[in-house]
Design a protein around this ligand. Structure first.
Ligand SMILES: [Zn+2]
Ligand SMILES: [Zn+2]
Length: 290
């Protein structure tokens, strides 16, 4: 018998405002679990904003897993998680537990970001996991080490879903890490280019087309042949197959790279995973509350 898991996804809440509506929508769709993909807050002013933005999801009593992005600091994150964890038994800080089992699926979480130098939740291959080598309270996810652990425990990767803030770097123009849709360029970004000198124009063009994702996440996910990668960070919605082909809502696929879009504009997504020992099919739909 194949088992279906419905996952409610949100990312990039920043200043917040839509959380109650998004949480209610996920409840209405009877999701089995909720996952927050980072940038839960905007400016780091202590744990208050994070508690405010996550509480509506916790109150649904649906298992809720959350990772930080590049806006959360170590202290704020752990203070808020401590508070939420004590108050809501369904709340899970997924930075500390990188491998979870849910229904017949494994869930991997990669908190933080690769590119942000100041970021206190960092993705790396060089530092040992745990405290940052400079002795400060940074949290470094060492992907090489994580991969070793996964292989050592013979984790079944055919039923494993990866949740991360940084999307894997891709070369597709419609990728989950490209800043804008290819069709947007002519209508909006190109008009700005008129003001720019020719040599700079080319650089600018490259930048907006180039993938903004993490090369480390890319090597990690693609070398393990993970088929379902759900991420945030790029404030636009997109959904493609591993081959870079757009997937429409409700279309079934073997693989899925998806960004639910920014929650600070009311976006969320629901992903359905059918598995029978291995992930067979995924599909999704998007919601937008107002
Ligand atoms: Zn963001
Ligand atoms: Zn981000």
């Amino acid at each position: 018998m194949s088992q279906k898991t419905k996952i409610g996804l949100f990312a990039d809440n920043h200043e917040g405002g839509y959380e109650k509506c998004i949480a209610r929508a996920m409840q209405d769709h009877s999701v089995d679990l909720i996952v927050g993909l980072g940038d839960i807050i905007d400016v780091d002013n202590g744990p208050g904003d994070m508690i405010r933005n996550l509480s509506p999801f916790c109150r649904t009593k649906i298992p809720t897993y959350v990772i930080p992005g590049n806006h959360e600091s170590y202290h704020t994150w752990h203070e808020a998680c401590k508070f939420l964890g004590l108050k809501y038994p369904n709340f899970h800080d997924a930075t500390r537990n990188k491998i979870h089992a849910f229904n017949n699926l494994n869930m991997l979480f990669i908190p933080g970001t690769e590119r942000c130098i100041e970021g206190e939740f960092r993705i790396s291959n060089a530092c040992k996991s745990g405290l940052h080598k400079n002795g400060m309270n940074h949290y470094v996810t060492n992907l090489k080490q994580l991969k070793k652990e996964i292989l050592k425990h013979k984790l079944n990767l055919e039923r494993t879903i990866l949740f991360c803030h940084d999307p894997p770097e891709q070369t597709y123009k419609n990728g989950t890490d490209s800043l804008i849709n290819i069709e947007d360029i002519s209508t909006y970004h190109y008009s700005d280019l008129i003001k720019i000198k020719d040599d700079e124009k080319e650089l600018y063009e490259q930048e907006i087309l180039m993938g903004q994702g993490s090369t480390l996440v890319r090597h990690f996910a693609f070398s393990l042949n993970l088929q379902v990668i759900l991420s945030g960070h790029i404030h636009r919605t997109s959904a493609i197959t591993l081959d870079g082909i757009d997937i429409l809502e409700n279309q079934k696929s073997k693989s899925l790279l998806l960004n639910p879009g920014p929650a600070n504009e009311g976006n969320y997504a629901i992903v359905h995973v059918e598995s029978n020992g291995t992930i067979q099919l995924v599909n999704y739909f998007r919601g937008k509350v107002n």
